[in-house]
Design a protein around this ligand. Structure first.
Ligand SMILES: C[S@@+](CC[C@H](N)C(=O)[O-])C[C@H]1O[C@@H](n2cnc3c(N)ncnc32)[C@H](O)[C@@H]1O
Length: 301
């Protein structure tokens, strides 16, 4: 047994994961923090299903955000993966460093993933020598979902895929919303820009301790190798354009764009794309946004 924690010894004895998690929390003297979204997985079958959908195999390099007690971390290592485990909580980061101290396949980074300015650099250092891209597999706090995806999705050079346990509604919104749906928003367009997304399976709230108020789902984002070539060199500007287009839900697209573009450009570009002046961002697909953005770019250069 390479892990010296009670979670590890649970694997040896075959007692319940829920009991092992509760015992470990008691041993560490911690109460789960709501502010850090600390709901721990206590379902062996969900852990195993996550490894399956993420196609984890020996030699994979996996980034795990919010490893907590290290339950998923340990399953990843048992599959033969190397894991970069990034944990914000002081107690858990210390616990993970102790628990995996003699496991060379695990690197623990005590950090807030959203404050890590050098994340891309860290990921590049962790990348395997043969150059294969990294997989992200994580049970994250629900409240960082959008911020985290905004950071990870553009990292196609470093990342191959992202599998996240999310609040079920958010997973559905992010992976399934299409133009015209009430849940279609800026993040839906950004997800489509960068990835092929789907909801893999639902997870009952009873699979966690403490039990959260909502069910969860595992969402998958397979990152595109290439960005649409019309956006090369303009990636950040396009994302800002999309956020601007959706900024005021009640306003028309033209009104939302007014703050950034001169009225004649708006009229000309809407005309070029055969768009009504009253159209709303919620009804346009990615391709139309790319064409519209291209027109604004051409007129401003
Ligand atoms: C939902 S719990 C998951 C714990 C563990 N992975 C599991 O499945 O049992 C979320 C974890 O993310 C950590 N966390 C919260 N915000 C974070 C952040 N900004 N950066 C890194 N870790 C964070 C929490 O401390 C907690 O360990």
């Amino acid at each position: 047994m390479f892990v010296s924690t009670n979670i590890g010894s649970y694997l040896a004895t075959g007692s319940g994961l829920q009991t092992a998690v509760l015992n470990e929390l008691r041993r560490l003297g911690v109460r789960p923090k709501k502010s850090l979204g600390q709901n721990f997985l206590v379902s062996e079958s969900v852990l195993s299903d996550i490894l399956d959908v993420a196609c984890i195999e020996a030699g994979d390099h996996v980034v795990e955000i919010g490893p907590g007690l290290g339950v998923l971390t340990e399953r990843l290592v048992r599959k033969g993966a190397s894991v970069l485990a990034i944990e914000k909580d002081d107690t858990f980061a210390r616990h993970l460093k102790d628990a995996f101290a003699h496991v060379p396949a695990v690197t623990v980074l005590h950090s807030d993933i959203l404050m890590l300015r050098s994340l891309l650099q860290v990921l590049k250092t962790f990348k395997p020598a043969h150059g294969a891209k990294l997989k992200v597999v994580s049970n994250i706090p629900y409240n960082i979902t959008s911020d985290l995806l905004s950071v990870l999705l553009p990292m196609r050079g470093a990342l191959q895929s992202i599998h996240l346990l999310l609040e079920a509604g958010a997973a559905e919104r992010l992976t399934q919303a299409q133009p015209g749906d009430k849940d279609y928003r800026a993040m839906s367009v950004i997800v489509q820009l960068y990835s092929q997304a789907r909801t893999c399976f639902g997870v009952s709230r009873s699979a966690f301790h403490p039990v959260p108020g909502v069910d969860s789902a595992v969402a998958e984002f397979i990152l595109h190798d290439q960005l649409d070539e019309r956006l090369l060199e303009h990636e950040a500007a396009f994302v800002a354009f999309i956020n601007g287009a959706f900024s005021m839900k009640r306003k028309t697209l033209a009104n939302n764009l007014k703050r950034t573009f001169p009225q004649p450009d708006i009229e000309k570009c809407f005309d070029n794309s055969a768009l009504s002046p009253l159209v709303r961002a919620e009804s346009l697909d990615l391709d139309t946004f790319v064409a519209l953005f291209g027109c604004f770019q051409a007129r401003s250069s």
